[in-house]
Design a protein around this ligand. Structure first.
Ligand code: NZQ
Ligand code: ZN
Length: 386
């Protein structure tokens, strides 16, 4: 296991009605708040009113309309409001897109140049306003991590940047807030959670036993509860378990001590950068192709472990047969959740594969991945996903 620092910076209030803790939890940061949210779901489901009732003693400014796959233009707008009004903290109410956008706004307050510079070079992030998250959908783990993924559609770029200072100081996680998330977004969220776990589970490090057991538990939680959350959107047990799975899949716990680059995320981010698709859907499509592509003598034992411990496959067949059974099960699971299984279903063809593969392989440093991938490998994975 590699050396690591694990530090939980976020105060997490989890459960029904925990929004009531918001005002007391944030007053230490000041009284001028930038409230950031998306396309309006929080106004329809009452979350906006809950949050506003907590902010009676604060001076509140608003940035609405943050898009899924948040765009750099929204960040620029938010930074402008913060600078003009000497904002003290940024309160994100939404999913990963709203939280990621809020993180870069909070960093942009202290940065003199264009915020896009901080996406291309995380070293430019110096100070960051406190970020607070009221989570409304389970997927990214952004509520307890250092990442911010921002898109620049004018250059077809979607990149993640990171700073420990962007980790939210407080996060409110009320599973009831996710009751209104559509079946499609719930499914995409589950695929994203599972992919975050896969990215650290399939790594060269072989002795991180505890991290892998936690990872298998999160995967089994997704498998156990995803369909219930889709079929019975108000099922608290299912929503709560998926919400907590999403936070723990990407707060550093599963990946600590397991270095190396992430593969499927680099490959998927290019699809979103060129076609603005839903992140979790892209992952559900490319993941089984990636698994089949990297399955070889060197990796097969890990896939058998995945088959045995996660999918509970008991078989005396050859280990490659067992590994392929697990990959097939993973793909059918995504299909059963209602996620498209092919790029062609999203209207994506080969047009940009070379360009996307080049960016994924270089920016994603895929030579350092679980199984090293070059541009040609990534093109092959895109082709297998057609
Ligand atoms: O815009 P609103 O009205 O908020 O609607 C959203 C949006 O349309 C809707 N939604 C959210 N909560 C809802 C709801 N609808 C009804 N009821 C609710 N309670 O869901 C749609 C998708 O929201 P979004 O925030 O885009 O989804 P998600 O949480 O999956 O975030 C995706 C973004 O996060 C990035 C992705 O690349 C993508 O840009 N990621 C961020 C990561 C991180 N910060 O660590 C890691 C991930 O791997 C990922 O890359
Ligand atoms: Zn993801």
């Amino acid at each position: 296991m590699d050396n690591f620092l694990f530090n939980a910076y976020t105060k997490v209030w989890f459960g029904k009605g925990q929004v009531n803790k918001l005002a007391d939890s944030i007053k230490e940061f000041g009284n001028k708040v930038l409230l950031v949210y998306g396309g309006g779901s929080i106004k329809k489901n009452g979350i906006y009113d809950d949050v506003k009732s907590q902010l009676k003693c604060f001076e509140v400014f608003e940035l609405s309309g943050v898009e899924p796959n948040p765009k750099i233009e929204s960040v620029r707008e938010g930074v402008k409001i913060c600078k003009e009004n000497n904002i003290n903290m940024v309160l994100a109410v939404g999913g990963g897109s709203v939280i990621d956008c809020s993180k870069l706004i909070a960093a942009g307050y202290y940065y003199d140049g264009d915020p896009w510079d901080m996406v291309l070079d995380a070293g430019k992030i110096t100070e960051v306003l406190p970020v607070i998250a009221v989570l409304t959908m389970a997927a990214t783990g952004s509520e307890m991590n250092k990442n911010s993924v921002i898109s620049n559609m004018s250059t077809n770029e979607k990149y993640g940047t990171a700073s420990m200072k962007m980790i939210p100081k407080v996060a409110i996680l009320d599973p009831e807030y996710t009751f209104t998330v559509s079946a499609y977004q719930t499914a995409a969220g589950v695929a994203d959670i599972m992919s975050h776990v896969f990215e650290s589970y399939f790594k060269k490090t072989e002795d991180a036993y505890l991290q892998d057991k936690i990872s298998e538990g999160i995967l089994q939680t997704c498998i156990k509860y995803a369909k219930t959350a889709i079929e019975e959107p108000n099922n608290y047990e299912a929503r709560a378990n998926i919400m907590w799975a999403s936070t723990n899949a990407l707060n550093g716990l599963c990946g600590c001590g397991k270095g190396g680059s992430w593969s499927c995320h680099a490959i998927e981010h290019e699809l979103s950068a060129f076609y603005d698709i839903t992140h979790g859907v892209g992952l559900a499509i490319v993941t089984p192709s990636w698994m089949r592509y990297v399955l070889c003598e060197e990796t097969v034992d890990k896939f058998v472990e995945f088959a045995t411990n996660v999918w509970k496959i008991e078989s005396n067949e050859d280990k490659f047969v067992i590994a392929n059974m697990a990959i097939d099960k993973t793909q059918s699971f995504f299909k059963e959740l209602g996620i498209p299984t092919k790029l062609s279903e999203l209207g994506i063809d080969e047009t940009h594969f070379e360009k996307m593969a080049y960016k994924a392989a270089t920016h994603g440093n895929l030579k350092n991945a679980y199984k090293a991938l070059d541009v040609e490998d990534v093109v092959n994975i895109y082709k297998m996903s057609l």
